[in-house]
Design a binder for this molecule. Structure first.
Ligand SMILES: NC(=O)c1ccc[n+]([C@@H]2O[C@H](COP(=O)([O-])OP(=O)(O)OC[C@H]3O[C@@H](n4cnc5c(N)ncnc54)[C@H](OP(=O)(O)O)[C@@H]3O)[C@@H](O)[C@H]2O)c1
Length: 248
C-alpha cells in the first residue's frame, strides 16, 4: 500500500479503510473468459498527454494500478506509435509480482505484443533487445521485410493491407494469451473500439486541467458509440479517480 496516496473504494461497495494490495488486486482480477482490457490515464478535461507524454498525467495511484494490471495479464498489447514515442523498456516485474504470477500458474512475465503496419521498429530498443520473453509483432502481409526485427521478435502476419486486430487477438488466444492488457495508444484504441473488441476500460482521471492542445485517448476513424457500464469507482488520496468499465 502507498501511504501518501492511499486508494479507497467509493462505489459500489465503499471501503471503510484504504485498500491493501490484495483488495486492489481482487478488484482488478483476471476475467473468467478471454478479455481485452484497456488502460489509460487522462486529465479532467480529457487530454491523452501533458507536454506530449502520459507521464505528466500519471501520479502514484495510477502507477500502482498500472503495475498491478501488468502483473495479472498474459499479454501486453501496445501500438508501435506509443512504443516508439514513450521509449518502452523491457517489460520487467519485481520479485513480488513474479512470485504472484508463479503462485497463480502464470508465466513469469507477460508477453509484449506490438501492433505495427510499417514494421518501422528498432530491434535495439530495450523492449525487444532486453525482453525477458520473446515479444510478438502483429503486422500485415504487405509489411516490408525486417530480418533484424525478426531476430528479436515473432512477426505475426494478420491481414493483407493492414493489421486485422480480430485475427491478431485470436492468434494470441490460440497461443494461450487470453488476458490481454492494452496500453494504447489512441489510434490503436480507436481501431479496437471500431472492431468492437474492447471488453474493459480502466481509466485514471488525474485532478488536472491540461488545457487545449493534447488529443483524446482515442483517435482515428469514427465508429458507433457503445455502452460500457461502470463497475467500480476508487478514489486516491491525491484526488485521482480510478474507474473501471466493462461489458455486461
Ligand atoms: N494517456 C495514456 O494513457 C496514453 C497511453 C498511450 C499513449 N499515450 C500517448 O499517445 C501518443 C501516441 O499516440 P499515437 O498517435 O502514436 O497512437 P498509437 O496508437 O500509439 O500509435 C499509432 C501507430 O501504431 C501502429 N498502429 C496503431 N493502430 C494500428 C492498427 N490498427 N493497425 C496497425 N498498426 C497500428 C501504427 O504503427 P506503424 O506506423 O509502425 O505502422 C501507427 O502509426 C503519445 O503522446 C503517448 O504519450 C497516452
Amino acid at each position: 500500500m502507498t501511504a501518501d496516496a492511499p486508494i479507497s473504494a467509493l462505489w459500489p461497495d465503499p471501503s471503510p479503510a484504504p485498500l491493501d494490495d490484495d483488495a486492489l488486486t481482487a478488484l482488478y482480477r483476471r476475467a473468467d473468459t478471454p478479455q481485452l482490457r484497456m488502460n489509460f490515464v487522462t486529465s479532467v478535461d480529457g487530454a491523452v498527454s501533458l507536454d506530449g507524454y502520459s507521464a505528466g498525467l500519471s501520479g502514484e495511484p495510477d502507477k500502482r494500478v498500472f503495475r498491478l494490471l501488468r502483473m495479472v495479464c498474459d499479454a501486453l498489447l501496445v501500438a508501435a506509435g506509443t512504443l516508439r514515442h514513450e521509449g518502452y523498456r523491457a517489460l520487467r516485474l519485481d520479485e513480488q509480482r513474479r512470485a504472484w504470477r508463479r503462485r497463480h500458474g502464470l508465466a513469469e512475465y507477460p508477453t509484449l505484443v506490438v501492433v505495427s503496419n510499417s514494421l518501422d521498429l528498432d530491434p535495439a530498443q530495450a523492449a525487444f533487445a532486453d525482453a525477458p520473453v520473446r515479444p510478438m509483432v502483429l503486422t500485415r502481409d504487405g509489411a516490408p521485410a525486417a530480418p533484424d526485427l525478426a531476430a528479436v521478435a515473432d512477426l505475426v502476419h494478420c491481414g493483407a493491407d493492414e493489421v486485422d486486430l480480430a485475427v491478431g487477438l485470436a492468434e494470441l488466444r490460440r497461443r494461450g494469451l487470453e488476458q490481454v492488457l492494452c496500453e494504447g495508444g489512441p489510434h490503436l484504441f480507436g481501431a479496437l473500439t471500431a472492431a468492437d473488441l474492447v471488453d474493459e476500460v480502466c481509466l485514471s482521471v488525474a485532478p488536472l486541467l491540461a488545457g487545449a492542445g493534447a488529443g483524446r485517448i482515442t483517435a482515428g476513424t469514427p465508429s458507433p458509440a457503445r455502452h460500457l457500464p461502470l463497475r467500480h469507482v476508487l478514489l486516491a488520496g491525491d484526488g485521482t479517480l480510478l474507474l473501471r468499465h466493462a461489458r455486461p
